[in-house]
Design a protein around this ligand. Structure first.
Ligand SMILES: [Zn+2]
Length: 243
């Protein structure tokens, strides 16, 4: 069966002398692994379109045991990411999170949209990496079924207090009066989390925080990822070593 879908390469491995095995986040079939035969041959059209972070329109042959890319026409190669180690590191972390949390063999259009938007802003430098990282983490986790409950205090229902507390293990928020444990977060960080989670995707990027609040947002979003997935991410550790 031939599947026609938009896809982005989120992982690449060389196989043999000329082939490439890529992991794709596709619009129609989620995360799949596919062979690009002869993709490393210099004359191959598929060469650039099957490189890491390339977004392309692909024709993929699906048989019972494997996927093979028949044709790939690049739409956006995100070449600008390669100029900057921090950008590459963050894009690699996004990819690793997708491998962990995006669905396989089912529609993943929303996941693809999130990735493309974040890579676009990362490439242009229009938003700070820390902001993109928090947006990616919180929205991805929500899509994957781990939506944190930050509307109001989990104890008394109060919408806000000057200082609030977020519990990464449960995704709950507490006011000053109800809190027993959790990470202290200012109301501006709580507002940013709500904005990221409850806005339409295209609007979710348009907020600004002070450097201090952005660092706090980045820290608490990351704590939430680690607590919910119970995983260590090598790409995240690498990102922190060069950040
Ligand atoms: Zn309360």
């Amino acid at each position: 069966m031939l599947v026609q879908t938009k896809a982005i390469v989120i992982k690449e491995n060389e196989v043999g002398e000329t082939d490439r095995l890529v992991t794709l986040l596709t619009e129609k079939a989620g995360v799949i692994r596919a062979f690009a035969r002869g993709a490393r041959n210099v004359k191959s059209k598929a060469l650039s379109a099957t490189r890491l972070f390339c977004y392309a329109e692909m024709s993929i042959w699906a048989s019972s045991d494997k996927y093979v890319i028949r044709d790939a026409a690049p739409i956006e190669v995100f070449f600008g990411l390669r100029e900057d180690m921090t950008k590459i590191a963050l894009a690699s972390y996004f990819s690793q999170l997708l491998l962990e949390l995006a669905p396989s063999e089912e529609n993943a259009a929303d996941y693809l949209k999130l990735m493309l938007n974040c890579l676009h802003f990362l490439q242009t430098g229009a938003k700070p990496p820390a902001q993109l990282k928090s947006i990616f983490e919180l929205r991805l986790l929500s899509m994957a079924g781990y939506m944190p409950a930050v509307e109001a205090c989990a104890g008394c229902g109060k919408f806000e207090s000057k200082q609030m507390y977020f519990l990464p293990q449960t995704g709950e928020l507490f006011c000053e009066a109800c809190h027993k444990r959790g990470t202290a977060v200012s109301i501006s960080v709580v507002s940013a989390m709500r904005y990221i989670l409850y806005s339409e995707l295209k609007k979710a990027f348009s907020f600004e925080l002070t450097d201090t609040a952005l660092s706090a947002l980045e820290a608490v979003s990351e704590q939430y990822v680690i607590a919910q997935t119970e995983k260590r991410f090598s790409t995240l550790e690498f990102y922190h070593t060069i950040e």
